[in-house]
Design a protein around this ligand. Sequence first.
Ligand SMILES: *Cc1c(COP(=O)(O)O)cnc(C)c1O
Length: 401
Amino acid sequence: MSEAEKKIFDTDEKDYLPVFNRYKIVLDHGEGVYVWDVAGRKYLDFLGGIAVNVLGHHYPPLVEAIASQAAKIIHASNLYYTKPQADAAAKLTALSGLGKVFFCNSGAEANEGAIKIARKYACQIHPGKSQILTAWDSFHGRTLATLTATGQPKYHEGLGPLPAGFDYIRYNDIADLEAKISDKTAAVMLETIQGEGGVYPPEDNYLKNVRALCDQHGALLILDEIQAGIGRAGTFFAYEKYGVKPDIVTLAKGLAGGVPIGAFAVTNEVAAAFHAGDHGTTFGGNPLACAAANIVLDTIPKKEFLARVEVLGAYFKQKLMELQKKYPAFIVDVRGTGLILGAELASDAHGRDIVNVCLEKGIIINCTVGKVLRFLPPLIITEPQIDEVVSVLDDVISHDA
Ligand SMILES: *Cc1c(COP(=O)(O)O)cnc(C)c1O
């Protein structure tokens, strides 16, 4: 460790709230699928800032759009119109077939807004219709409402009283939803593919059956595509793959290729529940973030781009499954679709170790829930880069297995 690195670690440990279990590298710059630390070490980035850097690092059109927008106007306030925001909204309504879009700054804010508008809509039907059903092992954010929506009790501890009206169902268990949904349910909110909870895609027809139960009980379907959306599943919205349409979809992470942004899109019918003054944001959808989003929205929805994600995902998944075959006692499952993939380890004894050893070997990956190696690379990776990651994993596991 250099003096410069030591100084950054020491300062950060002294002055930054220690809520992150950080890995000991100081990132400095990136190019494509690679990032470099301050000491000049190069890393192949198969996490992409947790599904954020969808176009990789230092993507010239994105850099140019941000720079030229910054030179014009960074922030204008939502009291006025801007062209980048109107353009980004039009692209998202066209892509989703939904009626209206709202921009905010993060995933949690997008879900918070989705919950608010769902409740506002449902209370027009009857005032007691306020229940929000979400799944165990879900992840929806860190604000009080979204962490309550997050079906992981470890995130709730010590933070009560939590907002009322949230209940939980088992994901991929339609009978459990059937038992809990009622005319008191305002919305069912699910990740189309569970990410943080361990990379769990929906089973055949699950989401279609959820949609049908929602319709039967007059409940809205909110799909959280903050992680799985923006082309990651091989379709622009992951839900397109499963033949369902939500009433509300939430986005963030990759939407502006790294500039903070969030969004929710709703049907015109739901949108009518909000009037001027019912919701708002100072920064959300500012021209800088929307200029960046416009590059993402012009690039990723293209047929060839999405087809390439599908090909890369199938190739990567195949390689991971071969690794599982080689180490069946070590890797017990490989899940996911497109470039949201997970390899579940037999125990959580090795997860963080593997991530650390990979890092020493110049590969950035992630481990979630202690034992699921999670891959959320930029969508512009290549087959040789996949081979490199799999070969390093093979090497690392051969020492542990
Ligand atoms: C990351 C994430 C969020 C929260 O997004 P933030 O920008 O961290 O607030 C919500 N839902 C899902 C599915 C996520 O992956």
